[in-house]
Design a protein around this ligand. Structure first.
Ligand code: C5P
Length: 221
């Protein structure tokens, strides 16, 4: 069973998808972690993030791993046989500010999308929730459950502010809007595609948002 979930930054998509997957006994594939790891790897290897060939060269040599079950662990081997644990590093504010530059390159997206499909295909779990920006439309348009999770920009900034100590609400709002605007040039994750269920979490708390997703999946099982 494949559950595809898209949404903008701070919509609750990552934490809600994870909790819903846990309740369902499914795995969770956070695709943003791969784009974040790629931005981290580009900085680490002093590659030009705006040069698609330089970013593709990293994809040619790296080995990327991510856990689908239990606590998230992400590792990147840049080709030297050392698996760096980047689980915490990729959540840093600095990485969030850079990641749209690597995710804008179409060949990079194609390569990562193929990797996502392979990871899901190789999983022995009864189901996988896969979340990102273009999962319902590009990565898994045939998934039996497809959800677009949204929330107003103000609500999303409020949720993120709790995670980013030291930044004002206005700074977080400005960062989220800038990242969404840049990402939305490449992928539309604000309009549900045909057959995609819209879940607006603006007025839902965390538990209610998780329940909404679990209910949609159960109805499709
Ligand atoms: O979901 P998260 O905020 O961790 O995603 C980080 C970044 O990765 C996004 O801002 C976007 O640039 C990129 N991304 C993407 N397509 C996806 C998932 C993430 O372009 N499917």
């Amino acid at each position: 069973m494949l559950v595809a979930i898209d949404g903008p930054a701070g919509s609750g998509k990552s934490s809600v998808s994870r909790a819903a997957a846990e309740q369902l006994g499914f795995g969770i594939l956070d695709t943003g972690a791969a784009y974040r790891s790629l931005a981290w790897a580009a900085v680490e290897s002093a590659a030009d993030l705006d040069d698609p060939d330089a970013v593709m060269a990293i994809l040619d040599t790296w080995t990327y791993t991510i856990t689908l079950h239990g606590p998230q662990r992400v590792t990147v081997d840049l080709g030297d046989g050392v698996a760096h644990d980047v689980t915490a590093a990729i959540r840093q504010h600095a990485v969030s500010g850079l990641v749209s530059r690597v995710s804008q390159h179409p060949p990079v997206r194609d390569r990562l999308n193929a990797m996502f499909r392979r990871i899901v295909a190789e999983s022995a779990l009864p189901g996988v929730v896969i979340e990102g920006r273009d999962i319902t439309t590009v990565v898994a348009p045939d998934a039996p459950v497809r959800v677009l999770m949204t929330a107003t920009a103000a609500v999303r900034a409020q949720r993120r502010a709790g995670e980013l100590a030291g930044l004002t609400h206005e700074q977080v709002l400005a960062d989220i809007e800038a990242r969404d605007a840049k990402d939305a040039l490449v992928v539309d994750f604000f309009t549900p595609a045909a057959g995609v269920t819209l879940v607006d979490t603006s007025d839902l708390n965390f538990e209610q948002s998780v329940q909404a997703v679990v209910d949609i999946v159960r109805a499709a099982q």
